[in-house]
Design a protein around this ligand. Structure first.
Ligand SMILES: [Zn+2]
Length: 287
């Protein structure tokens, strides 16, 4: 596997190169992957954060004056802010799902939008995949069957679903959508290439449904209402404690989905509060 070293241009395929941004942390793993797609005309996917001139310089240099489009998967701070600085350097057109979080695209694009170079050396199709973020797009390089998954799927860990913009029910639907794309390989927003796309998507789906079942089982077994914090302490036992505050968001997202499904409800507070406590609802039980 090619190394993940910030600033270094790594050739992944005939059409795809990767430059790692220098923003490693507990959420981004090694950092954000910026991809350059194409040869004569180039699309940059996820320019990354805007706090590193060196990163944007490296991406622009790798583009060699041929960057025509700047695409983003979503508008979280580790993916899209570099768009403005890269546009300054290249004059490329900025494309994304919507204007948000300080990100201002020249053109908004939605599900099914295709970016292709003039000689059709590549065709990149946007796939709307809400869940991690409501404005999340994955991109499929269709002939090569490569899925650029952004934060929908990443290498090395599962992703955080943080309500209210993050939504577990739509996330699971979006996993089903990418499962139907028949991608062979996943190039994620964080971490290295995932060679078994089908297996990874199945693993993600199974993991989410298992977590949901655990949350439901703990609620059903508890004589008293449980807080999100208590549920995380009980369920996320294999996860390092530093990640528990972040895991609370995903547990909360599961509780909101279980509530929508009629299998849980808040005992105190409401579904929009991370501080609510929760009880299970037995199927078919009417109060
Ligand atoms: Zn994100």
């Amino acid at each position: 596997m090619p190394e993940l070293i910030a600033g270094k241009v790594v050739v992944l395929t005939d059409l795809v190169r990767r430059v790692l941004a220098p923003n490693p942390n507990i959420m981004t793993g090694p950092g954000t992957n910026t991809y350059l797609i194409g040869r004569d005309d180039i699309a940059v996917l996820d320019p990354g954060p805007d706090d590193s001139e060196a990163h944007l310089d490296a991406v622009a240099r790798a583009g060699g004056g041929r960057i025509r489009w700047i695409l983003v998967t979503h508008t979280h701070s580790d993916h899209s802010p570099g768009a403005a600085g890269l546009k300054e350097r290249t004059g490329a057109e900025v494309l994304g799902y919507d204007e948000r979080d300080g990100f201002a695209p020249d053109r908004t694009i939605g599900d099914g939008h295709v970016v292709a170079d003039d000689v059709q050396r590549f065709r990149l199709r946007a796939v709307h995949t809400p869940g991690h973020a409501s404005n999340h797009l994955c991109y499929l390089l269709d002939r090569e069957r490569i899925l650029f998954s952004g934060d929908h799927i990443m290498s090395g860990s599962t992703v955080v679903i943080a309500p209210p913009d993050g939504d577990m029910a739509t996330y699971l639907k979006s996993l089903a959508i990418v499962a139907g794309l028949d991608a062979a390989t996943i190039f994620p927003g964080h971490g290295d290439v995932i060679d078994d796309a089908k297996g990874k998507i199945e693993e993600y789906t199974t993991h989410r449904l298992a977590r949901e079942a655990e949350v439901a089982a703990h609620l059903a077994a508890s004589p008293a209402p449980l807080s999100v914090e208590q549920l995380v302490a009980a369920i996320y036992v294999g996860v390092i404690p530093e990640l528990h505050p972040i895991a609370q968001f995903s547990a909360w997202a599961h509780l909101r989905k279980l509530t929508a499904d009629g299998r849980a409800r808040p005992a105190t507070g409401d579904i929009d509060s991370l501080d609510a406590t929760w009880v299970g609802v037995r199927p078919g039980h009417v109060e």
